[in-house]
Design a protein around this ligand. Structure first.
Ligand SMILES: [Zn+2]
Length: 378
């Protein structure tokens, strides 16, 4: 396994799509295996050994993971057919996500991409139900019947749950596609679909609490958490839409203010503090040669670690850092991707370079100001 950005890990590649798994999945796997082994299977399929129930639980958890992967693959395959940049699928504690930051080009494409996942889950669920019928008629072992029963149920639940009409669920995207096609107003359609998502989230949180009150505690807590997660996602969906609408496919170069502030490596840390940090109030500064060749960068975090009395004695070249890929980008990088990088507090300001030379720096606030001005002038 090789590490990808953030908290997810690359697992394998299938049909050209990278399948990634988030660390939070470990909790999901343990939770699913445990509840299947000690409750679900013994309740529905008695008379198996405890050892068999744990094995069934483990197979059930793997089956759930593969069911989610298949569901997301269907979105991705249809998306790729219509030229959308679907590259990877990430599975995390509350399900899966076929990653793309772009809005489909038309309501029809949005509808087809969104509908493909739940449709496949429902077909897969039905297939397992039919296989279970065959298995029961032919007296297959109870353990196998149990697994088929669970696979059938989980895929049908995946299909139906995802069809609920609120973003970020597939049903929300389907609703947005229909409204978008109806009034030809994507912004309005997104707003309504996000409101649908927020309404559904509150309904789930309420339903979860109702289950907890009725002593179905674990299921209830799970639904409450899922409700809160959906609530947050519905808000993020709207924010992402506004960002996408504001920047489209613009590259970051367009938003860099020139001339940019940079410093030479032969100044002291004292001069760095006085003439840069206390003058421009940026948290990072690129270090360059005379001709603009980028050498590295200095940040507030590093200067804070040096005792103040040593500031006049140390040169920037002795404390500067190498520009790693989480702080340095190419001028042609899309704004949407830059904002994605800026989700982490360390990357509040990013250095932009072209052919090894400094182009400028840009902060999260600069981009937020750009959105505000764009929206104000519309
Ligand atoms: Zn889906």
């Amino acid at each position: 396994m090789k590490k990808t950005a953030e908290t997810s890990f690359y697992l394998f590649k299938f049909l050209g799509f990278e399948i990634k798994i988030d660390w939070s999945c470990i909790f999901l796997a343990i939770f699913v295996t445990w509840t299947l082994a000690i409750d679900f299977f013994p309740r529905h399929f008695p008379n198996c050994s405890m050892h068999t129930y744990w094995l069934m639980g483990l197979i059930g958890a793997v089956g759930l993971f593969l069911s989610i992967v298949c569901h997301e693959l269907c979105h991705s395959i249809v998306g790729r057919y219509y030229g959308m940049p679907f590259k990877s699928i990430i599975i995390f504690i509350f399900g899966g996500m076929a990653e793309t930051k772009e809005i489909p080009p038309s309501p029809k494409v949005e509808f087809l991409i969104s509908f493909a996942g739940p449709l496949f889950s429902l077909i897969l669920g039905l297939f397992f139900k039919l296989l279970l019928l065959f298995a029961t008629n032919n007296n297959w072992p109870a353990s196998l019947n149990g697994i088929l029963f669970y696979f059938g149920m989980i895929n049908i639940v995946l299909g139906i749950f995802n069809l609920m009409p609120g973003l970020p669920l597939d049903g929300g995207r389907i609703l947005r596609a229909i409204l978008w096609w109806w009034k030809n107003d994507l912004k309005w359609a997104t707003t309504v679909a996000c409101q649908g998502g927020i309404g559904l989230s509150f309904a789930m949180i309420f339903f979860g609490f109702l289950l907890i009150v009725q002593t179905i505690v674990i299921g209830g807590i799970w639904i409450v958490l899922l409700g809160f997660f959906m609530l947050n996602s519905a808000k993020i969906c709207y924010k992402d839409f506004i960002i996408q609408e504001s920047f489209g496919n613009d590259s970051i170069k367009k938003y860099i203010k020139t001339p940019s502030i940079s410093l030479h490596s032969d100044i002291t840390v004292q001069a760095l503090a006085d003439d840069y940090f206390q003058k421009y109030y940026h948290k990072i500064y690129p270090v360059t040669e005379e001709d603009g060749t980028l050498l590295g960068y200095v940040s507030l975090d590093e200067i804070k670690q040096i005792p103040k009395e040593k500031w006049p004695l140390i040169l920037v070249r002795n404390m500067m850092l190498e520009c790693s890929e989480d702080i340095l980008i190419d001028g042609d990088t899309k704004v949407i991707d830059v904002l994605h990088m800026m989700r982490f507090p360390r990357n509040n300001r990013i250095i932009v370079a072209e052919h090894g030379k400094l182009y400028g720096t840009i902060s999260f606030q600069d981009l937020m100001d750009a959105i505000f001005i764009k929206l104000s002038l519309k």
